[in-house]
Design a protein around this ligand. Structure first.
Ligand code: ADP
Length: 485
């Protein structure tokens, strides 16, 4: 991997704690593999719980100074970090593809997307405004100020190894918090490369630590039980989110949760079908179906069902499965064999319940963890894919007849992250957008992620919002000062 990089020093294998690059206790390491080939590409420091606790303690010390910086001073450092990410976009994408699998062009997109949060929240650092409120008595003056929460800690998944961290770290650092990041054990290299660039950008030591460790549950406990941590931010499954919320309850810790989704993608009779197919491809097959906003259930109105299925099939057939580092690859490997198994189970279940495979079928190709994309028709609501997130390249097509029916179907889930629909009739567009019980609605588009908008879910998809001016609020406390004059 080093030989593929213009700047090999971006490839770090030690953890970043208090401005130092550290080994695990007793030199413990863990292997990072490339899902495209299954070979080991790095051995990374495996920190103990005591080392994680140490990172938290140093973050608390660093935070006190960091909070004194002006917004403009913090913004300047974040801007340099953003610039360095963009200058090294190609190398960062190569590291990302090597450990995660997504095609290099998509990885470059993630680096730009991830960096955009650092740019955006750096700018926001200058605009953490309080307010004044007319007093309730003649001698009273009321002021509201916003202050950083303190030390924030994150746990993030492997599907966006860079962006899931910057989306949290950038608002935290802009607000004046210190940040301890625990990346997924499957994709620590992208996180560590961010640390290399943060150091170069001049971020003071201890303000950002990156604790690589295989022991996720102990780290989660340390983050929740250590009273120095005042804020936990998590992206991952709803199941792990529930565990962390329970653990965080003892300290009444502030939590932000970006959890699972089960996105409906609805195509009405009046939709522009070609646009809908294009949107479905981007939405379903980006990152090979491994995003929490990927279309999971595709509902197509009866009048256009067959035509949509045929067009989608024709487009997906052309997609090239392969190593993300090879040019022309549309779909990389899945993250591991467990991910393959889950998709295969969903396909087998739907087949057993009467669904018809019109493309693919879930057959695995080796030696990496590859799966050919699958499309099925004749889907029904008793199939597992109606209630569970597949997280892979499986597009199930459900047929519906009227608007009320599809709204009921779309909302029939514990999740409420992203939803999408294609339609032209204006009153339908309003009505459906309002009726969908989701934090995000894409209308005539399959791509909704941007740093300038609030991303987040309702119901069991999460708590809080990331991105936009709202995103920084999750790292700020409000203080009301009542003064008698
Ligand atoms: P995914 O299906 O995206 O892997 P998970 O919720 O299993 O979702 O994992 C998201 C992150 O949470 C990963 O970094 C994983 O290592 C971590 N994790 C898993 N179990 C726990 C736990 N009990 N406590 C804290 N973190 C956990």
């Amino acid at each position: 991997l080093k030989s593929l990089l213009k700047d090999p020093s971006l490839l770090a294998d030690r953890a970043y704690v208090d401005g130092d690059w550290v080994d695990g206790d007793e030199s413990a390491t863990f292997e990072v593999t490339n899902p495209a080939r299954g070979d080991v590409i790095a051995n990374v420091a495996d920190l103990s719980r005591a080392q994680v606790a140490h990172a938290i303690a140093t973050a608390a010390t660093a935070q006190k100074e960091w909070a004194k910086y002006t917004g403009k001073e913090r913004a300047a450092i974040l801007r340099r970090w953003f610039d360095l990410m963009m200058e090294n976009q190609d190398d960062l994408a190569t590291i990302l593809t090597a450990e995660q699998g997504k095609p290099h062009a998509e990885a470059k997109g993630e680096i730009a997307y991830g960096a955009s949060f650092i740019e955006f929240f750096g700018e926001e650092a200058k605009r953490i405004y309080g307010e004044t409120i007319p007093g309730h008595q003649r001698d009273k003056r009321i002021t509201v100020i916003k202050q950083p929460i303190g030390v924030a800690a994150s746990i993030t998944p492997w599907n966006f190894p860079t962006a899931m961290i910057t989306r949290k770290a950038a608002p935290a650092l802009a607000a004046g918090c210190a940040f301890v990041a625990r990346p997924s054990e499957l994709t620590p290299l992208s996180a560590l490369a961010l640390g290399v660039l943060a150091e170069r950008a001049g971020l003071p030591k201890g303000v950002l630590s990156i604790v690589t460790t295989t022991n996720a549950s102990d780290t989660g406990k340390e983050f929740c039980e250590n009273p120095t941590v005042r804020k936990l931010t998590f992206t991952g499954s709803t199941n792990v989110g529930r565990i962390l919320l329970r653990q965080a309850a003892d300290q009444v810790m502030k939590c932000s949760m970006e959890l699972g989704g089960n996105a409906p993608f609805i195509v009405f009779d009046d939709a522009d079908l070609d646009a809908a197919v294009e949107g479905a491809i981007m939405c379903k097959f980006r990152n090979n179906g491994q995003t929490c906003v990927c279309a999971n259930r595709i509902y197509v109105q009866a009048g256009v069902y067959d035509a949509f299925a045929a067009k989608l099939k024709a487009a997906v057939e052309k997609m090239k499965v392969g190593d993300g580092l090879e040019p022309g690859t549309d779909l990389g490997p899945l993250i591991n064999s467990a991910a393959i198994k889950k998709v295969q189970e969903h396909v087998a279940d739907a087949t057993a319940k009467g669904g018809k495979v019109i493309l693919g079928g879930g057959a695995q190709q080796g030696p990496g963890t590859y799966l050919s994309p699958t499309i099925m028709t004749g889907m029904t609501r008793d199939m597992i894919v109606s209630t569970e997130e597949t997280f892979g390249p499986f597009a199930p097509l459900f047929k519906f007849t009227d608007e009320d029916e599809v709204i009921e179907l779309a909302n029939d889930t514990i999740f409420g992250l992203a939803s999408y629909f294609y339609a032209k009739d204006l009153s339908r567009v309003y009505k459906v957008a309002e009726a969908l019980e989701y934090g995000i609605v894409g209308v005539n588009t399959g791509i909704i992620s941007t740093e300038v908008a609030p991303f987040g879910g309702v119901k069991q998809s999460g708590l809080g919002r990331e991105g936009s001016h709202h995103g920084i609020e999750d790292y700020l406390e409000m203080k009301y000062i009542c003064m008698s004059v």
